[in-house]
Design a protein around this ligand. Structure first.
Ligand SMILES: NC(=O)c1ccc[n+]([C@@H]2O[C@H](COP(=O)([O-])OP(=O)(O)OC[C@H]3O[C@@H](n4cnc5c(N)ncnc54)[C@H](OP(=O)(O)O)[C@@H]3O)[C@@H](O)[C@H]2O)c1
Length: 361
């Protein structure tokens, strides 16, 4: 653990930046993760990290899928950087924990007390984190149970855990909450929407919001890599897609031709929710002229997207997937409440051993 740096506390957390000088917490190499709350901070005892999917896949591939090696990798990163900021993918994740201490200047201004359980809604890439011990790693979900603590700045977003949804499910949903909220804004009645990686966390929630927005006059196409995976069945059963396309998003031509076979004019909105690189061009080729691609994926390369669109002569709008949109956490939870089939699937996958009474009602 590093020493507390004596610097005036700033609402954006710059007082926690150790190096390089002038950096913000997100792009800093190393943060001060001391477990003492400055006057405008919240310190939490952390139980579990939800490592962002692109990051977890990269770490898991690097460690040959071995849970102990993944745990040791996370521990090394956090010891070196004072935060879980994957230097390869540049992405982080979120945590669930219990509030240990609230700084004196914040106490009266927020509806939160020591002892309450919360989930962070800001990335682990900017969250000071200390891990004393990794207890368990779940390779299938990217969950890492730890003993440690984290610090939220005054500007940091958090949410109290809901009473009607299991907290493991809530964590999975909060991690990707930006996607369904942005899709809700982007998709318009009557439009065609393609969701790439439709059977993942953000993909399922995005399909649900897209279908609700485009209505019966519009069309939602869910693109998945494996038509027989259990999650493909959920897409059908939940009624949130009009068509399913089985294709490899890294094969730009195969994917776009498969989409064109269903939507000859291509899509008004393409939502990229995959956790692998090299899918920019396929997303661009699925989009109609003056349409929009929303790159939620953390594996997106700005260079590949910008030069790729220019190279194939596509006049389209490309949006970087901001993880935050006003009300995003509530939109994401409501999506589960509105879709019991999706809620049940999230419960089976992310909280298989917990009380189903906090599953879908
Ligand atoms: N912008 C933000 O603020 C933000 C926040 C959180 C997460 N993210 C990023 O958003 C992305 C999705 O996250 P998530 O949690 O929803 O991930 P997820 O649950 O792991 O879903 C990813 C999906 O992509 C599919 N996929 C993988 N390779 C594919 C391919 N070649 N062709 C077609 N589909 C493929 C996966 O299918 P299989 O499971 O069958 O491989 C899976 O269904 C990740 O890149 C994550 O890092 C962004």
């Amino acid at each position: 653990m590093s020493m507390v740096v004596k610097r005036a506390p700033h609402r954006l957390g710059t007082h926690r930046v150790l190096e390089p000088s002038g950096a913000m917490p997100q792009n800093a190499w190393r943060l001060d993760n001391s477990p003492v709350a400055f006057e405008n901070e919240i310190v939490c005892d952390v139980d579990v990290l939800n490592i962002d999917s692109a990051s977890f896949k990269q770490i898991a591939d690097h460690c040959g899928g071995d849970a102990d090696a993944i745990g040791a990798h996370v521990l090394r990163t956090v010891r070196e950087r004072g935060k879980q900021h994957n230097p390869v993918t540049g992405s982080g994740g979120m945590f669930i924990g219990r509030v240990r201490e609230i700084g004196t200047a914040l106490r009266a201004r927020i509806d939160l007390a020591a002892g309450e359980r919360i989930a962070s809604l800001v990335s682990l890439t900017l969250t000071p984190l200390h891990v004393a011990h990794v207890k368990r790693v779940d390779v299938t979900t990217g969950r890492v149970w730890i003993e440690g603590h984290a610090v939220l700045f005054e500007s940091g977003l958090w949410a109290k855990l809901p009473h009607d949804i299991d907290e493991s499910v809530a964590l999975a949903v909060f991690d990707v909450a930006g996607a369904p909220a942005q899709v809700r804004r982007l998709a318009q009645p009557g439009q065609s929407v393609v969701v790439i990686g439709a059977d993942g966390k953000s993909g399922l929630l995005s399909c649900a919001q897209a279908k609700a927005r485009v209505g019966s006059g519009g069309c939602v196409i869910g693109l998945i890599p494996d038509g027989n995976a259990p999650s493909a069945r959920i897409l059908r059963e939940a009624g949130i897609v009009d068509h399913i396309v089985v294709a490899d998003a890294q094969d730009a031509l195969e994917m776009s031709e498969a989409v064109r076979a269903i939507a000859p004019d291509l899509a008004d909105v393409v939502v990229n929710c995959v956790n692998v690189p090299n899918t920019e061009l396929g997303s661009i080729l699925c989009t109609k002229d003056r349409g929009t691609v929303y790159f939620f994926s953390m594996s997106t390369s700005f260079t590949a997207a910008a030069l790729g669109a220019e190279g194939v002569g596509k006049d389209i709008t490309m949006i970087v997937g901001n993880g935050y949109a006003k009300g995003h956490a509530q939109t994401a939870l409501q999506t589960l409440r509105d879709h019991p089939r999706i809620h049940a699937y999230f419960h089976e996958r992310y909280a298989p051993h917990t009380d189903a009474s906090k599953g879908p009602q």
